[in-house]
Design a binder for this molecule. Structure first.
Ligand code: SAH
Length: 219
């Protein structure tokens, strides 16, 4: 999948993945957490970053599209500055940084203070070849942080029925990708939970299972 695919989505406003509300699983898991530095890969303009920042957390996002980065700060009426750093445009204020560019080029110093990764629609946004590169990138972040945790949201459906993205991920996939570096604990889902994907017409006839995992770095 080319980077142009995503840039075009933002250009044409085809961003069904963007949620109008803060993610309920993020709220559930991190409501009373001590201030931390969150890494939000493939962040889009998610309000989850704002929710974290208003609770005293630092946020480091990375997003390809400048439209998304501009929209995040302007739609939320946040002041910010921008500067060029290592081939990225860095958008920043006192609590939020968004590195605008390709995650695979993100320099190490961008995530040096990170101790949480929040992955919503990042792993499952990527096709297999990029997903494997992405997993390696996250493991390299985990390698330079003590006690890193990750909240990972995932979806599973019969991949032959619908073309991704979003792509289907099984428990087995998650385990396969991360078990060498993380302890993986699958979290229970609220009774009767209906997947966010059901709002997307292409999934109306497809069974979708959402899963939430909490991962603890073994080192
Ligand atoms: N996590 C966000 C957005 C998910 S959609 C949310 O929950 O709303 C995936 C996002 O990843 C898109 O905004 C896309 O522009 C961005 N993206 C895709 N490939 C990328 C890459 N290689 N580097 C950085 N961002 C990328």
């Amino acid at each position: 999948m080319q980077l142009d695919y995503w840039l075009e989505k933002w250009k044409t406003g085809d961003t069904k993945f963007h949620m109008a509300d803060v993610n309920e699983f993020l709220v559930q898991h991190y409501e009373n957490l001590a201030p931390s530095t969150f890494f939000v890969p493939l962040c889009g303009k998610t309000l989850d970053m704002l929710w974290l920042a208003t609770r005293g957390h630092k946020v480091v996002g990375v997003e390809l599209s400048q439209i998304a980065c501009d929209a995040f700060f302007s739609e939320n009426k946040l002041s910010y500055e921008i500067k060029a750093v290592d081939g990225f445009i860095l958008y920043f204020n006192e609590s939020i940084q968004i590195w605008c560019g390709d995650i695979f080029q993100l320099p190490e110093h961008a995530y040096k203070d990170v101790n949480f990764i929040y992955d919503r629609a990042a792993l499952f946004a990527l096709p297999l070849d990029l997903r494997l590169q992405y997993v390696e990138k996250l493991k390299s972040i985990a390698a330079q942080s003590k006690k890193l945790q990750m909240l990972l949201l995932s979806i599973e459906y019969q991949q032959n029925l619908v073309q991704g993205p979003p792509f289907s991920l099984s428990n087995h996939d998650i385990n396969n990708y991360y078990h060498d570096v993380f302890e993986i604990k699958q979290q229970s889902m609220p009774c009767g939970y209906i997947s966010f994907l059901k709002q997307n017409p292409k999934f109306s006839e497809v069974d979708v299972i959402d899963s939430v995992y909490l991962l603890d770095c073994k080192s």
